[in-house]
Design a protein around this ligand. Structure first.
Ligand SMILES: [Zn+2]
Length: 421
């Protein structure tokens, strides 16, 4: 029999207000990874956790652990977490909602005098939005789990030009220990990881359901430095057969990839394919044929096979376009991440909790990447709970209704109480 627990949603509400006030940039909020915004958020959340008696500690990467001790302190712990950083001019809920939901859940347990069987730790993860500042994926959680490669520490931030290690040191953390492979979390001391997050898409809103139980997180294949090399020439004086037009070649590639995506879609493959940038270079101008074009490509799917199908098609198209248009494609380095399947047992537990509480829910795949993918990669049973939100995310208009958040917190709390038995 589970005790009657309610999450402390007022505490979360107060912290949302404090976070917004401390990181407003006029439009939205800005909490840069390993910078002042994130520092403020960690200090605010830690002060609240200390106030109601959680054990607080940082790891070498600056991740914050706020623990409600369980009866058996040596048992593997339950971790509920998300990130506190944001993109520039982002919204207040992306990331923070997951940390504050964890705090609301354990604060409610503490208030009710509930002692879990094992520790429940709320984790505020560093730098999940690092991609907006440093071109690396999930450095905070990956450092906590010992999955971060040391050479990533030397990557420069895109505006300051200083390395990730430098910015970490400035915030008082220890990149050298990260480079030595020291880490706080593993499958040996964590029994399960749950991350609550706003959905960032329109599905729950249009289905009129407050929460989604996440089935998987997509992996990606990405090109950040794609180029098409042709030849600059006079746009009036160069007949068609002498042209090597990089802009037309890129446009053709984009169009054919879009058609291929459509074809795979009708065959039942679930993926997304986005040419995030397409541009001619500074030498381009009026009355010139573009001799060079650049592009960035982001292909994502929960199925690695679907990503591979798009890339195989791309190589076929490029060969044909090169032969016919006299251009050359140069894809540059490829980056990406592996897809992560969410743990069936945690998903079943979330479903039980939602049903016991009468909270409407839906099974759905995540569209975006999240720290939960790093936990799954470390072989820790992991899952995510999405909360309905409005106006997308990564923008100042991102919204969420507190009544939806309260229902989601209740599900998190009930799941955690059961999982920590
Ligand atoms: Zn996020």
């Amino acid at each position: 029999m589970l005790p009657n627990l309610t999450p402390d949603v007022d505490l979360a509400d107060e912290l949302f207000t404090g976070l917004r006030a401390g990181s407003t940039d006029g439009e939205g909020v800005t909490r840069e990874a390993y910078g002042p915004g994130e520092r403020m958020a960690h200090a605010l959340v830690r002060a609240a956790a200390e106030r109601f008696g959680l054990e607080c500690a940082n790891d070498i990467a600056g991740n914050l652990y706020m623990t409600l001790p369980g009866a058996d302190r040596s048992a593997k712990r339950i971790v509920i977490g998300s990130h506190l950083d944001s993109v520039r001019q982002g919204g207040n809920y992306d990331g923070a909602a997951g940390v504050l939901a964890g705090l609301a859940a354990v604060a409610g347990m503490k208030r009710a005098g509930f002692v879990p069987g094992r520790d429940i730790t709320v984790m505020a993860i560093r730098a999940e939005e690092a991609g907006a500042w440093f071109p690396v994926s999930y450095p905070g959680s990956r450092m906590a789990l010992g999955l971060f490669k040391a050479d990533g520490l030397e990557i420069p931030r895109n505006d300051t030009g200083r390395s990730l290690a430098d910015h970490m040191r400035e915030e008082g953390f220890d990149p050298d220990a990260v480079a030595r492979g020291e880490h706080a979390l593993s499958a040996h001391n964590v029994a399960g990881y749950l991350e609550l997050h706003i959905e960032q898409g329109p599905v729950l809103e249009s289905e009129q359901l407050p929460i989604g139980i996440v089935t998987g997180i997509p992996g990606s294949r990405r090109l950040r430095q794609g180029r098409v090399v042709g030849e600059y020439n006079h746009s009036g004086a160069t007949p068609r057969k002498y042209r090597r037009d990089a802009a037309a070649a890129l446009a053709e590639l984009v169009h054919r990839m879009d058609e291929e995506w459509c074809r795979l879609d009708t065959m039942g493959h679930v993926l997304v394919c986005t040419f995030c940038t397409m541009a001619t270079t500074a030498e381009a101008g009026f009355t010139k044929i573009a001799g060079e074009a650049t592009f960035q490509l982001d292909v994502r799917s929960v199925s690695p096979h679907a990503c591979d199908l798009m890339f195989e098609a791309m190589h076929r198209f490029m060969e044909e376009i090169e032969a016919r248009r006299g251009v050359r494609f140069d894809l540059g380095p490829e980056t990406g991440s592996r897809a992560a399947i969410m743990d069936p047992e945690i998903r079943a537990g979330l479903k039980r909790a939602a049903e016991a509480l009468g909270v409407g829910h839906l099974d759905m795949a995540s569209g975006a990447g999240h720290d939960a993918a790093a936990f799954a990669e470390a072989k820790i049973p992991s899952s995510m709970l999405f909360v309905r939100n409005q106006n997308g995310s990564h923008n100042p208009h991102e919204a969420m209704r507190m009544e939806d958040f309260a229902q989601a917190c209740a599900v998190v709390q009930r799941w955690a109480a059961e999982a920590a038995q």
